[in-house]
Design a protein. Structure first.
Length: 286
């Protein structure tokens, strides 16, 4: 009897010792590893909205506004063939397409899509936007193009510089060779948007990237606004001392889904038919 008791004790003891080396076991080493992997991520996330796409009324769930939208013929919701997500948004860019301005002026095809979505939320002074993006395998970055970001007020773009009371936007851009940045329309911008963190990360075709954009608005009488960007969980941009507004009435209102090649002329146009996939949109207050 004593032998069996001792054997059982040794089995349990050895088993526990072995488990300490496995992922997820309680040990100081695994705890340090977890802490290290999380140190650059925004903390205390509180999810306020998730961009569900598994309903025919998804546009209503997103709170899409009846202004500033175009390119719906280039956007479709499809199943993700990889199984990573349930449904994704796929946006098409026909060969020769660039910005809407170029399309109108030079009678080129419309590429990309755009809409404003308030997400059914109350406006806020601080918000984190999260989503995944993937460029098609044959994607040519050319000179650059726009990707979704946050907005307030009129969500200024297209050379319309905000005055501190009417709006702002913080879309992303891809640049030549896939270099990433935040392309913000601020009261301090000149002629067009302000480039923030250009080249701090680089996109490549054919793989998913997780983008997180944390925007903190400034106090109206100070230039203490801030933009942070995390790519696949690693901080790539932290720009401080920004001015978004001159009145506390102006706040972050939602998602500015805006994507196209360009650019103010045809030199920005895509040379071939391409697409970009978007997935798992969410916003948090953190």
């Amino acid at each position: 009897m004593k032998f069996r008791t001792i054997a059982a004790f040794l089995t349990i003891f050895v088993g526990c010792q072995s488990l300490l080396t496995l992922p997820g076991c309680s040990s100081s080493e695994s705890a340090r590893s977890t802490a290290q992997s999380q140190r650059n991520r925004p903390q205390n996330n509180n999810t306020l909205w998730e961009g569900k796409l598994d309903d025919r009324n998804w546009k209503q769930h997103w709170g899409i506004r009846n202004r500033g939208d175009w390119g719906w013929e280039n956007l479709e919701v499809i199943d993700d063939e990889t199984g990573k997500f349930n449904q994704i948004i796929r946006v098409f860019y026909p060969a020769g397409s660039a910005s809407p301005r170029v399309s109108r002026r030079e009678e080129r095809p419309i590429g990309g899509s755009q809409f404003y979505a308030d997400l059914g939320m109350e406006p806020r002074d601080r918000l984190r936007l999260s989503y995944y993006v993937r460029f098609s395998e044959n994607f040519d970055f050319v000179k650059g193009g726009k990707l979704p970001g946050l907005f307030g007020g009129r969500g200024n773009s297209g050379g319309k510089i905000p005055d501190g009371t009417d709006g702002f936007s913080t879309r992303y851009m891809w640049r030549r060779d896939g270099k990433g940045e935040v392309y913000a329309y601020l009261p301090t911008s000149e002629e067009y948007g302000t480039s923030i963190g250009r080249g701090s990360w680089q996109f490549q075709p054919g793989r998913w990237y997780h983008l997180e954009q944390v925007v903190t608005l400034n106090d109206p009488d100070e230039n203490n606004g801030r933009v942070r960007v995390y790519v696949d969980g690693t901080e790539r941009v932290d720009r401080q001392n920004l001015t978004f507004r001159t009145t506390e009435v102006l706040k972050i209102e939602g998602l500015f889904f805006s994507t196209f090649f360009g650019g103010g002329n045809a030199s920005w146009a895509t040379p071939r038919d391409v697409y970009i996939d978007f997935a798992d949109f969410s916003v948090s207050d953190n």
